[in-house]
Design a protein around this ligand. Sequence first.
Ligand code: GUN
Length: 294
Amino acid sequence: MSAKIIRGSEIAKTIRQEIAEEVTALKESHNIIPGLVTILVGDDPASRSYVAAKNKTAGVLGIYSKQVSLPADTPEETLLQTVAQYNNDPQIHGILVQLPLPKHINEANVLFAIDPEKDVDGFHPVNVGKMVLGEQCFLPCTPHGILELLARSGYETSGAEVVIVGRSNIVGKPVANLMLQKRDSGNATVTLCHTRTKDLGFHTRRADILIVAAGVAKMISGDDVKDGVVVIDVGVNRVGETAEGKALLVGDVDFESVRKKAAAITPVPGGVGPMTITMLMKNTLQAAKQTVGA
Ligand code: GUN
């Protein structure tokens, strides 16, 4: 068997078109332009490239975007003041503080300081709580992107054995939560594996849908999956440079061995990444609409 490739970049294009049309309509109906601020602390190359991609996509979709870059030694208090400034800026509907933050800054303090109405990452405890309860809120971008990828590719999650590898607050925990809920792209039987899981392969080989977000290059091989599995690879690991000097990226899944057994698999790059950015744009649009009750 050779797997179908789930091209997130193609699916994202369709959704971005829908968002761009809504951005134009909102300008015409209410004369507002959704605004996003991205705040980057330090100069981690991966974070810098993610933030640049977010701002670029915003521009293409007609969303106003502002990038704030602060030095790595910025005191926590200064970052909190920056967040407060944008909480009070009516041109800005969404605030994104790129993670991870430098070690001397308490991440929770910063995330809790963002106005929940502008929390387009869905990381504020108010939004996390609403998500867990199944209430309307900003959904975290990567988990939401994964649900959209599966839904728009026609893979049914209801009743499926979904196995997730990785328990981060950004991906593992929220995607597990969303997929077990009574909702579209939910109703799955969810197993959440992590670094202390005994016999990881026992679990991954049971998966109908396997989601890997562990941050370890090629940790899942063909021997770890069953025939016909649908694989979502969230990993982005830099393993060198291309001849053109660009970062050489691989996922958490060994694409070549797993594709021989899988029914479908996302590539890295071009799989989950573009969906994450697209869901951020969707949340920014939603944040702007909420300010006018649209
Ligand atoms: N770092 C890795 N993924 C994300 C994300 O979705 N949002 C933010 N703010 N930081 C990240």
